[in-house]
Design a protein around this ligand. Structure first.
Ligand code: 8GT
Ligand code: MG
Length: 131
């Protein structure tokens, strides 16, 4: 049987030369690691709609527009994900951990000080070059 792939909208939120990242709760998949905010794309949603909903829920930002950065498929063994990664620079509101999670604005050249899920390694490499 082919494995189910979970489609996820991920936002690389950028202001000046910093990115807004959050810590995943310990009890979630890849818990305790840092992430770019986002979440599952529901059946009736476009990626942009999912990203807009997730950024509102998780970090209290209103997304105006975004641009596609990359698409990553990763098999964690216990779960297969397809990350639709968007660059987010056009938003309003003050980013914060709206679900009580730890969060931080981090300079791009300091991202290596944070532990991310394995699928994010590629994202971070691309950000350092292209963003
Ligand atoms: N949001 C987010 N998810 C990521 C990243 N990298 C990565 O592998 N994932 C994986 O993508 C999957 C879905 O993300 P999620 O847990 O945020 O989904 P969600 O907000 O809908 O949460 P829920 O499960 O409570 O409904 C998780 O398995 C997570 O481990 C990332 O940078 N950001
Ligand atoms: Mg999420």
């Amino acid at each position: 049987m082919t494995k189910k792939i979970v489609h996820v909208a991920v936002g690389v939120i950028k202001a000046d030369n910093t990115l807004f990242i959050c810590k995943r709760p310990d009890d979630k998949h890849q818990g305790g690691l840092w992430e770019f905010p986002g979440g599952k794309v529901e059946a009736d949603e476009t990626v942009f709609e999912a990203l807009k909903r997730e950024l509102q829920e998780e970090v209290g930002l209103t997304l105006n527009s975004s641009s596609e950065l990359m698409l990553i498929e990763h098999d964690y063994g216990d779960k297969c994900v397809k990350l639709d990664v968007h660059l987010v620079t056009d938003f309003s509101g003050q980013a914060h951990g709206a679900e009580g999670q730890q969060s931080a604005w981090v300079a791009i050249d300091k991202l290596d000080n944070y532990n991310f899920p394995a699928a994010n390694v590629e994202i971070i490499e691309k950000i350092k070059v292209d963003v």
